[in-house]
Design a protein. Structure first.
Length: 285
């Protein structure tokens, strides 16, 4: 089985400012994270390949990530950014794919969680952009929080030809232990066949200093029951996860949360689902 981490980031503070890292809470990760750092933690954890995900709403970052992925054997694909609201989005996507490393562009993502309009995903210009993503044969990563799930469901239904990948299980309030309305909305979203889900980002939604696997289990179980293992994939969210636990602890938690699955189902979660979602059929160890 090829083992894939379907969600991680990189950044170089000397190359591009990361304003979201300001403040004392982010101090542990306010430094550069390089491909060499990635390769070290991935190799140590037994991860074969990874998916690099955009950090900023900056198409130049995506261009750089594609070059980085072309140079780094560990990175199998890139989830980049493009302005979905632009009338040039189709041309922008084509330009990305035509550039160096363009064959490694697997999906597009926008920081929807930061949009004040809870219905942002259903704006006509955004839906047109999502259709352009589908036309390029790419997937779309959904980064939303629970109150944005109704709009996500509407967008998924409006663009059935597009594969959507839900990031961080939609960031439920794990620290408080609340499950509704998140659980009901997750079940509704999972009923749409063109949606998959990343088992990622949970530790930073729990109490970062005190979380246990038991805290995560109801949410992970809810996702696995709603989507099925064949539509769930592991993502570390490294290095953001370092705010709550190191790479090995996060991976270990994911393995413990899936210990009730069959061997074939675990192969999906830790590799097969990512291969299908991001069209990584040619990926080898």
């Amino acid at each position: 089985m090829i083992r894939i981490d379907a969600h991680h980031h990189l950044w170089d503070l000397s190359r591009r400012a990361q304003g979201w890292l300001d403040g004392p809470a982010m101090a542990p990760i306010r430094r550069d994270f390089t491909p060499a750092d990635l390769e070290a933690v991935a190799a140590g954890a037994g991860i074969d390949r990874t998916v690099l995900v955009q950090v900023l709403a900056d198409i130049d970052e995506t261009r750089e990530f594609l070059v980085t992925a072309d140079e780094c054997e560990t990175i199998a694909a890139v989830v980049g950014w493009a302005d979905l609201t632009s009338p040039r989005v189709a041309e922008d996507l084509a330009d990305l794919r035509a550039g160096r490393g363009g064959h490694l562009l697997a999906a597009i993502r926008h920081l929807v969680q930061a949009e004040e309009d809870p219905a942002w995903l259903t704006r006509p210009e955004v839906l047109a952009g999502l259709k352009a993503v589908a036309a390029q044969g790419l997937a779309y990563d959904l980064l939303v929080v629970p109150h944005q799930l109704p709009a996500a469901i509407a967008a998924v239904r409006a663009v059935p030809e597009l594969t959507f990948v839900l990031d961080h299980i939609a960031k439920p309030p794990i620290a408080s232990g609340e499950r509704e309305p998140w659980a009901g909305l997750i079940a509704e979203l999972a009923a749409e066949p063109n949606v998959l889900c990343k088992l990622s980002g949970m530790v930073t939604e729990a109490d970062p200093a005190r979380w246990t696997v038991a805290d995560l289990r109801p949410y992970a179980q809810g996702v696995l029951e709603a989507f099925g293992a064949s539509r769930v994939m592991f993502g570390s969210d490294w290095p953001v996860c370092l705010l709550a636990g190191d790479y090995d602890r996060v991976l270990g938690a994911a393995r413990e949360l899936t210990d009730g699955l069959s061997a074939a189902e675990r192969e999906d979660v830790f590799g097969g689902t990512a291969v299908r979602a991001y069209r990584l059929e040619g990926v080898e160890r």
